[in-house]
Design a protein around this ligand. Structure first.
Ligand SMILES: [Zn+2]
Ligand SMILES: [Zn+2]
Length: 174
């Protein structure tokens, strides 16, 4: 069993993770309500600009334990999360307009299938934890800068042009 380095350990209890595990993600996303439907959920098209996995866990109990303390460490409260278009910032309590880029924390129950040619993730369930407005998340502006917004920026630019460096963004790389 210890041969495989494919799967990592639970960040809370250290158990080896199987193909099915929970992850704690910080996403930068934008929602367009451009589809026909009864509820905001039905109408939403979500564009994920960035997706950072903050932790991986063996079950939802371990996921919540670490995710909640992480959010508390960021000064965020757990509040009811809906499908927008206006939600409440978990830090300042102000409105978060989901049609603008914003930060979103969620837990996801998923099965990861690893094959030599393709890794696929099949989500079973997600739990929304917090929305954070752009005023309260200092990394958001830098995250947006790192995302090519237009097709022009996706083209190779000859190696000479670099995106502007974020000046004050703290790095949270481990
Ligand atoms: Zn665990
Ligand atoms: Zn805020």
């Amino acid at each position: 069993m210890s041969e495989s380095k494919e799967f990592v350990e639970c960040d809370t209890c250290g158990a080896s993770l199987g193909a099915r595990y929970w992850s704690f993600n910080r996403l930068v996303e934008r929602v367009d309500y451009d589809r026909q439907g009864e509820t905001p959920d039905d109408c939403a098209t979500i564009t994920v600009l960035r997706d950072d996995v903050l932790g991986q866990f063996c079950d939802d109990g371990c996921a919540k334990l670490t995710a909640w303390s992480d959010l508390a460490g960021r000064g965020l409260r757990l509040i009811e999360c809906g499908a927008g278009p206006i939600e409440t910032c978990a830090k300042c309590g102000g409105p978060v307009d989901l049609t603008e880029p914003h930060v979103f924390y969620q837990l996801m129950d998923q099965t990861e299938t690893r094959r030599p040619w393709l890794n696929t993730i099949q989500p079973h369930d997600t739990e929304a934890l917090a929305y954070v407005c752009s005023r309260c998340d200092g990394d958001l502006a830098a995250d947006e800068m790192n995302v090519p917004e237009t097709e022009d920026e996706l083209l190779p630019v000859g190696g000479a042009v670099k995106p502007p460096m974020p000046v004050s963004a703290p790095t949270d790389k481990k």
